[in-house]
Design a protein around this ligand. Structure first.
Ligand SMILES: [Zn+2]
Length: 59
């Protein structure tokens, strides 16, 4: 089975709405997850919403 590169999870800053690529966290040898950056590179805030949740957040 071919290895499919995983798309990094993305997070949106709720303050300035810049999108950040998640930081990969290695949970095990074959698994990893992503977490939001510590702070926004644009405004310095640290509240992020996953891009997939942004649509609902924005509702
Ligand atoms: Zn920001």
């Amino acid at each position: 089975m071919a290895h499919v590169p995983e798309e990094p999870k993305r997070y949106v800053c709720t303050n300035c709405q810049i999108t950040h690529a998640g930081t990969p966290i290695h949970a095990s040898a074959s698994e990893h997850s992503f977490e939001p950056p510590e702070s926004c590179g644009g405004c310095g805030e640290s509240s992020f919403v996953a891009l997939t949740d942004w649509v609902h957040h924005h509702d």
